[in-house]
Design a protein around this ligand. Structure first.
Ligand SMILES: Cc1cc2nc3c(=O)[nH]c(=O)nc-3n(C[C@H](O)[C@H](O)[C@H](O)COP(=O)(O)O)c2cc1C
Length: 180
């Protein structure tokens, strides 16, 4: 199984979590790591190149820090540009059918903030529904996301441990898709 990690962070050099995740993933032979902001700092996405990259892999990982309860802007731009009619959806748009989508998300807010009596009220599962709906429409299997939460002020050891957990989760070959 070939895995493509699309790592999305607007200031990767200042990142603690996503940078550690990216560097750890780069050690895996079966994984292609694609740093989206490094490739397209001007947001001018090469659609053909991106579609080819996705088609060459079986599992696609979107790795990003939660920004305003959503993805960083370039990942939204990537979806808008790359997931075209006739390629990703529409009667002949079947290029993503059967592929797997896995989200790996770091959040500043702790897990308990993302529930009804927490200060964010909504769960992560609710907030990521647009990405899950995208997977549904394009025929991708939506896998259990990897969440790393409450990251402010955590130690280097915790980050290192988290990176190992991330790799184990994201490369687990026998994961069942989760329901709607
Ligand atoms: C513009 C911006 C928006 C953010 N929005 C959220 C948010 O909606 N929820 C949250 O829990 N954390 C939010 N954060 C915190 C980031 O998710 C957190 O700093 C990041 O996951 C840490 O990962 P890193 O070390 O890779 O940057 C935000 C941070 C920035 C800079």
């Amino acid at each position: 199984m070939k895995t493509l990690v699309i790592a999305v962070h607007p200031t990767m050099s200042q990142s603690r979590i996503n940078k550690a995740w990216k560097e750890r993933m780069q050690k895996e032979e079966s994984v292609t790591v694609h740093d989206l902001y490094a490739a397209y700092p001007d947001f001018q996405i090469d659609i053909e190149q991106e579609q080819k990259l996705v088609q060459d892999h079986d599992r696609i990982v979107f790795q990003f820090p939660l920004y305003w309860y959503s993805t960083p802007a370039l990942l939204k731009q990537w979806q808008d540009a790359v997931l075209t009619y006739g390629w990703a959806y529409g009667s002949e748009g079947n290029k993503l059918h059967g592929k797997e989508l896995l989200l790996a998300i770091s959040t500043g807010g702790p897990e308990e903030a993302y529930q009804r009596d927490g200060y964010n009220y909504y769960s992560i599962s609710e907030l990521i529904k647009p990405l899950q709906a995208m997977a549904n429409l394009t025929g991708m299997k939506f896998l259990k996301p990897f969440l790393f939460q409450g990251v402010m002020g955590i130690s280097d050891e915790q980050i290192e441990h988290g990176a190992e957990e991330y790799v184990a989760h994201a490369l687990n070959a026998s994961m069942e898709p989760i329901g709607k």
